[in-house]
Design a protein around this ligand. Sequence first.
Ligand SMILES: Nc1ncnc2c1ncn2[C@@H]1O[C@H](COP(=O)(O)OP(=O)(O)OP(=O)(O)O)[C@@H](O)[C@H]1O
Length: 403
Amino acid sequence: MVNTETSSEDPTDFGDFVKDEDEELDLEELVEPWHRYDPQDNHYVLYPIRLGEVLNERYRVEHKLGFGGGSTVWMAFDLQDKKDVALKVMALGKWGNNETRIQDGIIKSVQNTSRLVIYTETFFLRRDDESEHRVLVFPVKGPSISTLSLKSIPVASRMSAARQLLETVASLHEAGIIHRDLNAGNCLWGMAPLDSLSRSAKYQSLGRPLKQTIPFVNLWKEGELVSPVKVPDDLRTDEFYLCDFGLAKKIDDPTTQRGYPPMHYCSPDRLHKQEPSFACDMWSYMVVFSMLYLRFPPFPTFLEGGVVSGMVECLGPLPAHWKGLYTHPGGLDSWYDQSQTPDPKYDLAAKLAYFRPDTDPVERQLVHSIMSKVFVYDPEKRPTANELLRDPSFRAIMDRYGC
Ligand SMILES: Nc1ncnc2c1ncn2[C@@H]1O[C@H](COP(=O)(O)OP(=O)(O)OP(=O)(O)O)[C@@H](O)[C@H]1O
């Protein structure tokens, strides 16, 4: 291992600027759209960051970890404690405050926080107009399910992840907290620490950042669009974490932060004006479970009407009394037609056979039993996280994979 402050380290090396239009187009695929930095007509404007800058006189920004609807996330070296950290730089707006408020509640009330990505510090970055972006400091974790090919991960590791995630959801629910945004992007594997490596060695492991100065927007400070880290398989660990509490709420909290998980994780009841509940998390959990098991999302989004048509094709019609309550444009009357039945070519059994032809009938039956208990439209009929942990089929599948 090389020490971080080696004399051979090039102090000016913070990745590579794009060289031509092709590289610019490649980069565009990987980064947040430039217009999210434009304050014009944009309530959730992002804060421009440049690799190499030191934030809060302490965190030297060295790489990019990702971005979401409400933030950019950077890998930085903590010059005080000599370790890598993740900095979540929140967009303007209320999300940052909700996330810290809920996380403070979690720290106080959740018994086991070992698999939750909880902030360790927070500070603010000021814009030219004096408005402030909240920054949350987190330990660095590994890739999310959505950024890493699940093909290369053994099924035993994927099932262990599914179990850890369910235990995490159960501990949040026991403390009265609904996550409300369980999705592949918020589920992170662990990563072996790289704190003691030089920056160039980190770049060798995680890929050199490709970057471009934020174009088209007239900003008061420099900022860059930067490609995210690519975590190689040998750095990934089997710990499995849940992050992003921007939409989370205490069940009895009268205020609810506006927002939905990405459509194909969202429970159909939430899409029909029902209040958020623990059962919504359970539906989203089962979508993540299905991705871990099948390696694909359970309900396609390409049909007319989107993911809800995918659910109806697989599970049958939605309750008739939900008609007229769909929260998004493009709903179809046929979803509520009670004469429809699941299409045997695309029902849960067919999906299991198609995506996992390698498994035997006993295993398929176990997984079918788990999925069909949770993928029910009536939220009251879905098992709780603790019930699912105790479910004989769930336990049997975990036993099979030794987790
Ligand atoms: N502690 C961390 N370590 C490593 N990567 C992280 C960490 N936190 C976040 N990331 C990466 O950054 C991405 C965005 O983070 P996060 O989901 O918290 O942002 P967000 O703006 O709240 O997103 P959303 O659109 O889901 O609300 C994640 O998908 C993940 O890839």
